[in-house]
Design a protein around this ligand. Structure first.
Ligand code: XMP
Length: 522
């Protein structure tokens, strides 16, 4: 198969940070895909035709019988390989080196320092330049390589990893014990940069090219059939809709499902932007009665998500049936939603939350899917949106989850609680904008808590809801840190919410990072 881009294959052995490898590469304009090791067969390799391969880390031990392996062909197709952590150990063992079980003295978890050996290699161009003679790296390994495979040289060592950086320059096989993809390896990007340069990548992954290819693909997939696109008002579905509209014009009808769980004025804003600015046929399906009715009395987070996911699909289908010739459903599914990561047991990783784009889809859906953003990370979707000319105010919007306010309302969802939440959220976002912080924060919102507390206002006693403010910084929602507002900002915001929003008499600030928390409350 001829591919429009040079492609790099990441074989996933189950590391928690495999996605970060993909991100680093995409930043370098290298097209890459992550595939679990079980799926990477000889046939897959020849079809994918990678220009280089990366072996991810993973939690298993190469000394365990049956531990994850790449196919033998990976070493034989003549492309450069970079092995990381478990990926290094696998490569060494497969090619004739030795790995030893972790002992206390050699296991390393966390920050470590690598020093260079006498041997120089282009993989390390730009390393060891600051005069300290060492580089900080992030280690997370129990086992370690005790003997390198024939043909390999040692380029760097750390106290716990005598073979921290190894290379077989003739075959262009490179292997490191640490994780260059995490930000605790501050110069890690350089390793990827050098690796892809050595492998001959030209950095041909640009949004302009992606847009043209995506348009051609959509036309080929859809033909003269009709597509309906579920609009949520968020960046992803909006970019998907505008892209599809560019590809097939009025064969696209957008369906905006108003589930009654939207933010203040959100429905009007979305409808006017799509109808008035883009002239895209749009059905505004006000289904709040249906959704809120079925959610009535439900307080379990997964049950709520499942109900919303199921109703979404039902509503789409209902409208699809009204559009003659509609055979496709478009969704703004992103790459992080579709990566099938590997868990320690070799199966799919644990479901933390059922995201409604993917988890809620019924098996038997009468529509085929068009998902033109399946290969993109969030920041790439924004770049594509700019390429398509969407207004910056829209592209810069904080992410908003498909299940909407439902997952910001732990416990039972009631209309009065939703009203209070909407108002509090609007005040909070207004505060953030007024202080010029909106673009600095990745996502901010209010959650209304299922608890009422006693307060005093004026001379009277109050017994009202408590709410939590949430604001996080993140790159892609996979990990997040809470935003360090000043105390003045928090105090002013709390005062405004309590004064302006009837029904709330206590405001808290959520300072949990992810992990161990998640960004949303449910
Ligand atoms: P969590 O709460 O899992 O959220 O840390 C990570 C990011 O994903 C968003 N989110 C969703 N987006 N459908 C979506 O489209 C969903 O079901 C969903 N659940 C969470 C969340 O807002 C955050 O940006």
């Amino acid at each position: 198969m001829t591919q429009p881009h040079d492609r790099l294959l990441i074989i996933d052995f189950g590391s928690q940070v495999t996605q970060l490898i993909a991100r680093r590469l995409r930043e370098l304009k290298v097209y890459c895909e992550i595939h679990p090791y079980q799926n990477v067969t000889d046939a897959f390799l020849s079809d994918f035709a990678p220009k280089a391969i990366i072996f991810s880390g993973g939690p298993d031990s190469v000394m365990r019988e049956g531990s994850p392996r790449p196919p033998r062909a990976a070493y034989e197709i003549g492309v450069p390989i970079l092995g990381i952590c478990y990926g290094q150990q696998v490569m060494m063992q497969d090619l004739g080196g030795q790995v030893e079980a972790g002992e206390h003295a050699t296991a390393e978890f966390g920050r470590a320092y690598v020093s260079p050996t006498e041997t120089r290699d282009a993989l390390l161009a730009g390393w060891f330049m600051d005069g300290s003679g060492r580089e900080q790296v992030w280690m997370s390994h129990g086992d370690h390589v005790s003997e390198i495979a024939p043909g390999f040289e040692v380029l760097g060592t750390s106290p716990g990893a005598p073979f921290a950086i190894t290379a077989d320059p003739a075959r262009q096989f490179y292997a490191v014990q640490f994780h260059p993809e995490v930000h605790h390896t501050p110069n890690g990007r350089t390793i990827y940069e050098n690796f892809v340069r050595l492998a001959g990548f030209t950095g041909d992954w640009t949004m302009g090219a992606y847009r043209d290819e995506a348009i051609a693909k959509i036309r080929a997939q859809v033909g003269d059939k009709k597509v309906i696109c579920g609009l949520s008002g968020g960046v992803d579905s909006s970019v998907a809709a505008v892209l599809i509209h560019e590809a097939i014009g009025d064969q696209l009808t957008c369906v905006f499902v108003d589930h009654g769980l939207l933010r203040l004025n959100e429905a009007q804003e979305v409808v006017s932007m799509f109808r008035d600015t883009y002239n895209i046929p749009l059905i505004h399906a006000d289904e709040s009665e249906l959704f809120l009715g079925e959610l009535d009395g439900q307080s379990d987070p997964e049950t709520k998500r499942k109900i919303i996911g199921r109703l979404f699909i039902d509503v789409f289908q209902k409208h699809a049936n009204d559009i003659e010739g509609a055979e496709f459903l478009a969704q703004g599914t992103l790459y992080p939603d579709v990566i099938e990561s590997v868990s320690f047991s070799g199966g799919p990783s644990v479901t933390i939350k059922s995201h409604h784009n993917v988890g809620g889809l019924p098996e038997k859906m009468g529509l085929k899917l068009v998902e033109p953003l399946r290969e993109l990370f969030k920041d790439e979707v924004r770049a594509l949106g700019r390429e398509l000319g969407l207004p910056e105010s829209f592209i810069g919007r904080h992410p908003f989850p498909g299940p909407g306010l439902a997952i910001r309302c732990p416990g039972e969802i009631t209309r009065p609680k939703l009203e209070i939440l909407r108002k509090a959220d609007a005040v909070y976002i207004d505060q953030i904008r007024k202080h010029g912080l909106y673009d600095e924060i990745w996502q901010a919102f209010v959650a209304i808590l299922p608890v009422r507390t006693v307060g005093v206002m004026g001379d009277g006693r109050t017994y009202d809801y408590a709410c939590a403010l949430r604001a996080v910084n993140s790159v892609d929602g996979m990990t997040a840190d809470y935003y360090p507002f000043t105390h003045d900002f928090l105090a002013e915001t709390a005062t405004r919410i309590i004064n302006e929003v009837k029904g709330i008499n206590r405001v808290t600030y959520d300072i949990t990072s992810k992990p161990p928390g998640t960004i949303e409350w449910e």
